[in-house]
Design a protein around this ligand. Structure first.
Ligand code: ADP
Ligand code: MG
Length: 927
């Protein structure tokens, strides 16, 4: 590859010379004036200022960039008597540097030369090349493959808030991926907001300045990466609909469905920001589609992290649920799978349709293999399409559209026999694949050459025979090149210098080159050879003949390239008009990949179709952990499948399983596998179990006691408690809660008490399906009092004083912790083990009857104990009515009979109230 040189073209710019003249040091040169003006208009951005083949950065920008990128900081001229710091990046490597700057949290304004320097020169020797910013590069508005992770979406999200009359705020979130044209929005409350953001993991989040400074939300927003506060006009509700309608070129947004004003506000902030960063260009976006509140399983950030859905706690993709189940063969399929897994559904019908589609591919292996082999050759249609429409596409993007269309056509044919049920997902997918224009694929097939350059500026991508004028220009160009070769041979003959060559570079153009020892010979050859340059080993010349021929070649090449670019634009325009149907085809390809890959997975790993019901059942037979089962090596033995049943014993509220057992027995694995099975099932995947019946879960919570989290280096007992508080405040009857060793991060009695009270609260107030692992085996005594509490334990065998883990979950309680045996396994010195045994024996002798067991009998039940102290929800209308009635009574003025009547009325009013001490779970307590 050529190392880019700062070109003569750039050095020849008149303004550059000015900057270097010492006498003028104090004066601002016209070029600096232009730079300062452009920079002032984009103060928050690093300014990439185009000069020839480089983007240059000046002043503070140069210092920031040189530090961030490790590139040399130089200086260029003076400004107000001081050196101007400068550094530059060559344009062909600009993407790579942009990528690094964006990843480090910087934003970049790309400023281009808007005219040929020759044009500027025509206006006078001192005029400056016209330049302006053509694009703002921010983390949420990227389209280039080099800047994006192919297997993940990159969302730009906007959050808008409305304060309702009661104290609770409502939020709207809109999110788009301009690299794939997706556009969605939803409304949610405060707790769901954090869950939504955790699910989307946006590259950039837009909020109003006011929200960013808000005492309630500000601190949370400042924990997130890529938050961009914007002036209020971006979030102006009054103009929101108009801005959106404008973007989509429609009269009213009602064309796309009904949206609340708040949703429109968030959505409008997104499109206004896109227009601002793309400098008026409008990348294609699908019309916004609304996700009704509650249509996806709500999973907060801590739970997502803890369950390692898309990455592990240490931040790796390997070892996550997603990587364990991803059998997709396209990057767009991989993106779609990540989305599905991040947003499991709550609608039994929609889940069943997804499962039906997977089942079709399981039942038809030949079809599955065919579909997957066609998909393997399919390109990333969505992203190529987006680039073409914003004018950032290249010839290979056109080829991607061509190949995408071909794949769509072949898939539509392959699917015909499987799509007979017109209601099915597969039929819908097939219909989307067939909505594209077959003539477009044919046209692209005729137009594009076999080998395509990366950039359209390189030319050579149009197939010979496609356009006659182009063929003609190319013929001229190539002919001139042959004439050039003949000229070289003639000069060599005429001069007798066999090594004479005609060469080309960017600075001199075509020239004749001979080695130094022959230089004098040509110098003396009369006026024929005109000297141009003397280097250490060579001397360079030109001739009038050569200059003319060079001009011809350049003209023919320029004309050929211009014609190719015209063809490119015409084809891009054609693609753009088809953008909507192409986007649907792209989505269909991705969906098909997901479905076929889930079928592949189910067959490969022997997954079963889950039965999704609307009751509160939760029955897993022979469940396995999808990740652990895959990483268990053959010599560590097979994964032991386990059952779990959290279904309500009386149809009313779910069970709590209290899982005890020593460390390393498999408690955490068991807990997580059941949560992961629920996530997979509601995402529309088969599950690692022999049989599963799952009553729709609406919220999933998972927390781990502090000790397990120390590896993360930030967890403390406080975090554990804050997270537990969030669960106790938010979990409802449809929730699934996983609590792993809560209370472990503090002293034994503290921890035991907290775990105790937590279980009681879950049982009596939250009434949700729960798995609770603990090493406090004292808690198992609670089963005597809490009717829906079920004791389960991990079977262990003691064998010659050693503990053997069977990884089997059985009914019952662990009688002891086996801590000493585990310590022995870990290799603690024998003397320490022996001593510990002695101490333990003494302790157990002192405390024959466990204090916990005694407490069970002494303590009143939780509900009875807390009822008087528990405040009623403030929205209790009946209570307010009773209070109002009481306030209106005047006992001194009442007859005994009136008093008695008032008493009856009070009693009647009070009877309207719900009898449960808790009512609905309350909001609040964000992690
Ligand atoms: P605990 O939470 O009880 O300390 P873990 O769930 O962390 O135990 O499990 C410890 C190890 O035991 C796991 O890393 C895994 O290798 C193994 N294991 C757990 N469950 C099973 C199982 N059902 N079958 C086989 N191995 C298992
Ligand atoms: Mg554990």
């Amino acid at each position: 590859m050529n190392v880019p040189q700062r070109s003569s073209e750039r050095l020849a710019e008149p303004e550059a010379a000015d900057a270097l003249a010492p006498a003028e040091a104090a004066r601002i040169t016209p070029m600096m004036e232009q730079y300062i003006e452009i920079k002032a208009a984009n103060p928050e951005y690093l300014l990439f200022y185009r000069m020839g083949d480089f983007y240059e950065l000046f002043f503070d920008d140069a210092e920031t960039a040189s530090r961030a990128l490790g590139i040399v900081l130089t200086k260029r001229g003076k400004h107000l008597g001081k050196d101007i710091p400068m550094c530059g990046v060559p344009i062909e490597r600009a993407d790579e540097y942009l990528h690094r700057l964006i990843a480090l949290g910087h934003r970049v304004a790309v400023c281009e030369q808007l005219e040929d320097p020759a044009e500027a020169k025509k206006r006078g020797a001192k005029s400056v090349v016209r330049r302006d910013v053509v694009r703002l590069v921010t983390p949420g508005t990227l389209t280039e493959d080099t800047l994006l992770d192919a297997r993940r979406n990159n969302f730009l999200a906007a959050i808008a808030r409305a304060r309702s009359s009661s104290e609770a705020s409502i939020f709207a979130v809109a999110w788009i991926d301009i690299s794939t044209a997706e556009f969605r929005l939803t409304e949610c409350d405060r707790a769901a907001l954090t869950a939504e953001i955790a699910r989307l993991e946006p590259g950039e989040i837009l909020v109003s300045d006011a929200l960013y400074g808000d005492p309630e939300l500000g601190p949370y927003l400042r924990t997130l990466a890529g938050v961009t506060p914007l002036p209020r006009n971006f979030f102006d509700g009054a103009t929101a609909e108009r801005r959106l309608a404008d973007y989509f070129g429609v009269a009213t947004m009602e064309a796309f469905g009904t949206f609340s004003r708040l949703e429109l506000t968030a959505a409008a902030a997104c499109v206004s920001y896109v227009e601002r960063t793309q400098l008026g260009k409008r990348p294609p976006l699908s019309p916004p589609s609304r996700e009704p509140q509650g249509s996806t399983l709500q999973i907060d950030a801590a739970t997502r992290a803890n369950l390692e859905l898309v990455r592990t706690l240490s931040g790796n993709e390997r070892g996550s649920l997603l990587s364990a189940i991803d059998r997709t063969v396209t990057v767009s399929g991989s993106r779609a799978l990540a989305q599905r897994l991040s947003a499991p559904l709550t609608d039994a019908g929609r889940i069943a349709r997804r499962l039906d589609a997977v089942a079709v591919f399981i039942a038809a292996p030949a079809l599955r293999h065919e579909v997957r082999s066609i998909l393997k050759a399919a390109p990333d249609l969505a992203r190529s399409l987006a680039r073409l429409v914003v004018g950032r596409g290249g010839p290979r993007d056109l080829a991607a559209v061509r190949d995408g269309l071909v794949a769509a056509e072949r898939l539509a044919q392959a699917l015909a026999p499987a799509a007979d049920d017109s209601e099915s997902d597969i039929a819908a997918t097939r219909a989307a694949l067939r909505r594209t224009d077959p003539a477009l694929a044919a046209e692209l097939g005729r137009a594009l050459a076999d080998d395509l350059p990366l950039s359209r500026r390189d030319g050579g991508f149009v197939r010979a025979g496609y356009a006659a004028p182009l063929d003609e220009a190319r013929r001229l160009r190539d002919e001139s090149r042959r004439v050039m070769a003949a000229l070289q041979a003639r000069y060599a003959d005429d001069t007798g210098i066999r090594s004479l060559k005609i060469k080309h570079n960017n600075v001199l153009g075509y020239f004749i080159e001979v080695s130094a020892q022959h230089g004098d010979k040509l110098m003396g050859a009369g006026a024929r050879f005109i000297h141009r340059q003397t280097l250490a080993g060579q001397v360079r010349f030109t001739t009038t003949e050569l200059a003319e021929l060079a001009g011809k070649i350049a003209n023919a090449a320029d004309r050929a390239l211009a014609l190719e670019l015209e063809i490119f634009d015409a084809l891009s325009a054609r693609v753009s008009t088809e953008a909507a149907s192409l986007k649907q085809a792209a989505d269909a390809l991705a969906a098909l990949d997901v479905t076929a890959s889930l079928a592949e997975l189910a067959v490969e790993r022997d997954y079963a179709r889950p039965e999704i019901v609307t009751a509160l059942d939760f029955v897993i037979e022979g469940g396995r952990h999808p990740v652990v089962e895959q990483v268990l090596s053959t010599d560590s033995g097979p994964f032991i499948a386990n059952d779990c049943d959290l279904s309500p014993p009386d149809g009313d509220a779910g069970r709590i399983w209290l899982v005890t057992g020593p460390n390393m027995a498999g408690k955490s694995t068991f807990l997580r596998q059941n949560a992961l099975i629920a996530v997979l099932a509601q995402s529309g995947s088969f599950v690692p179990a022999r049989r599963a019946r799952i009553g729709i879960v609406d919220r999933l919570f998972s927390r781990v006691g502090a000790a397990d989290d120390l590896a993360r280096g930030r967890s403390t007992f406080m975090v554990e408690m804050v997270e537990t508080a969030a669960i106790l405040n938010q979990a409802g009857p449809r929730s699934l809660v996983i609590l792993d060793e809560i209370g472990r991060g503090t002293a034994t009695f503290d921890g035991l008490s907290i775990a105790w009270a937590t279980i009681e609260h879950l049982h009596d107030v939250n009434r949700c399906r729960t798995l609770f692992a603990t090493h406090f085996h004292e808690l198992t005594a609670l089963a005597g009092k809490l009717t829906r509490l079920f004791n389960a334990t991990m079977r262990v065998k003691e064998w010659h004083g050693e503990v053997v883990f069977l990884h089997e979950v059985v009914a019952g309680a662990a009688d002891r912790s086996y801590g000493i045996q585990v310590a022995k396994l870990a290799g603690l010195p024998a003397a320490v083990i022996e001593r510990a045994k002695v101490v333990l024996a003494k302790l157990e002798a002192v405390d024959r009857v466990s204090p916990a067991r005694r407490l069970i009998d002494d303590l009143p039940l939780f509900a009875a104990a807390v009822r008087p102290a528990s405040p009623q929800p403030r929205s209790d209308a009946a209570l307010e009515a009773v209070i109002a009635l009481l306030a209106a009574l005047h006992p001194d003025e009442m007859s005994p009979r009136e008093a008695l009547e008032a008493l009856y009325e009070l009693k009647l009013k009070a009877a309207d109230r719900p009898s449960s001490p808790a009512g609905r779970p309350r909001e609040g307590g964000d992690p």
